[in-house]
Design a protein around this ligand. Structure first.
Ligand code: PHE
Length: 450
């Protein structure tokens, strides 16, 4: 059996986890949800979900991963002594990442195409005044261009997973994540100076609590799982490579803070532009592709900023898709005894088919709808709002109620050697046993009956 590759160093590990968390979820999904749900009220509930649900659940996933030292599918089985019911969350760790990849790859593909647009100088000052909303609508409805982008993006993911994580993505990520940070910061600061941007800031930071309803809460909770890569085995898989002396709580907090920072900055780079250029913030998944081109065409060195931005987005998305892809590959290698090459190829074939359906659901397949959503929307909402929280619920029950308390304590406090975690352990246990499961179930039930 092939061994799963290990990360080279502790910092490499942390970067891989942050790389999995920071991605299109922060730059693309978060701003569009904030826009759809009316601004600051969504951010407020999201923050609560991150600290009350996501951080403890991330630590709980780390506990399972590091304790079991195996892939996410078998981890529950191994630690529960082979109890059949724990096969279910195991199976979910295979299905959910693939469903996420299906629509995520499409957005990755859009980013590849927009990178090409930036490289062919489509965002120069001469293009100012172009209706980028219409351009985007026409682009995603066309059958081929987005499919080509998606295929290229998927191919890149497959090659990285095939070639190994350490030398490729880890090194590239170390350069591109800080680049992304600087570029997004630059765009946000620039936007403070464009006329009309104040409205956007007000929208972002002045909560209107009357906007909080069940739908908003479900989406905020779903995003708190999605953005932190929780509920589907990715963090568990990465944690199985964590050194024994690493503080699981410390790592979780670092990842969560980095993730939050990127998400909030992305909003600052997008919302003011919506108001300044008259773009509806609630326009949905296309939001960044409609607003940012307007900004680039009017900015000094806009073409260069556009190239750096879309390049960084593609890389940030890749560090996330690699983690999603790796969960399935590690299952095929360790449980089905296939070679890495064959495993990568099988998943590639499945993803091309699913990706095509998602991509075409904006064009020829747009008639295929459930509750008003196209296939892309169904995959997006089904995974983030339902499957990931359910996966999170399983993790809470498992760590809070099934695992031996001494074992959990040993993992969280590193055998009692971490002072801060010794003190915080009861809080962690309370959150994982009671607050998180009750919170998740309440949001589900309220949404069902509201
Ligand atoms: N967290 C990633 C992002 O924000 C997406 C992701 C979800 C990755 C679930 C892995 C697992 O882009």
């Amino acid at each position: 059996m092939e061994r799963r590759e290990n990360f080279g160093s502790r910092i490499g590990m942390l970067l891989a986890m942050a790389g999995s968390a920071v991605g299109l979820g922060n730059i693309w999904r978060f701003p569009y949800l904030v826009g759809e749900y009316g601004g600051a009220a969504f951010i407020f509930i999201y923050l609560a979900c991150v600290f009350v649900l996501s951080v403890p659940i991330m630590i709980a996933e780390f506990v399972i991963g590091r304790r079991s030292q195996t892939n996410a599918f078998s981890a529950f089985q191994k630690l529960s002594g082979g109890r059949k019911v724990w096969k279910i969350p195991g199976i979910m760790t295979i299905v959910t990442p693939l469903l996420i990849l299906a629509f995520y790859d499409v957005v990755g593909g859009w980013s590849v195409n927009y990178l090409l647009n930036a490289l062919t100088l489509s965002f120069t000052p001469e293009a100012a005044g172009t209706d980028f909303t219409a351009v985007f609508a026409e682009y995603i409805a066309s059958p081929w261009a987005p499919m080509v982008g998606t295929t290229v993006f998927l191919l890149l993911t497959a090659l990285i997973v095939l070639g190994g994580v350490k030398s490729g993505i880890e090194k590239f990520g170390k350069i591109m994540m800080p680049t992304l940070f600087i570029v997004v910061l630059f765009i946000s600061v620039w936007e403070l100076f464009i006329p009309g941007s104040g409205e956007g800031l007000k929208y972002l930071f002045k909560p209107d609590f009357s906007k909080i309803d069940a739908g908003l809460c479900v989406s905020a909770m779903g995003q708190a799982f999605f953005s932190l890569s929780l509920g589907c085995g990715t963090m568990m898989t990465y944690a199985s490579y964590t050194p024994k002396d690493e503080s699981l709580g410390g790592s979780a907090v670092k990842v969560a803070v980095a993730d939050l920072l990127f998400a909030l900055m992305a909003c600052c780079a997008i919302m003011p532009a919506c108001f300044a250029y008259g773009i509806n913030p609630g326009s949905g998944p296309g939001l960044i592709f409609e607003t940012l081109p307007c900004v680039f065409t009017q900015m000094p060195l806009g073409s260069l900023v556009a190239i750096l931005f879309f390049l960084a987005i593609v890389v940030a998305a890749l560090t996330s898709t690699v983690s999603l892809y790796e969960v399935g590959v590690s299952y095929l290698i360790e449980e089905r005894h296939l070679s890495r090459r064959l495993s990568v190829t099988i998943i590639f074939a499945v993803m091309i088919a699913l990706g095509a359906v998602c991509s075409l659901s904006f064009g020829v397949l747009s008639g295929l709808r459930l509750f008003g959503e196209n296939v892309f929307g169904i995959f997006d909402k089904l995974t983030a709002n339902i499957l990931l929280p359910l996966g999170g619920l399983a993790v809470c029950i498992f760590v809070g109620w099934i695992l031996k308390k001494e074992d959990v304590r040993e993992e969280v406090t590193n055998g009692g050697s971490l002072k801060a975690m010794n003190r915080l352990y009861p809080v962690f246990l309370f959150l994982v046993r009671f607050v998180a499961p009750v919170g998740i179930l309440t949001v589900f039930l309220v949404n069902l009956f509201a």
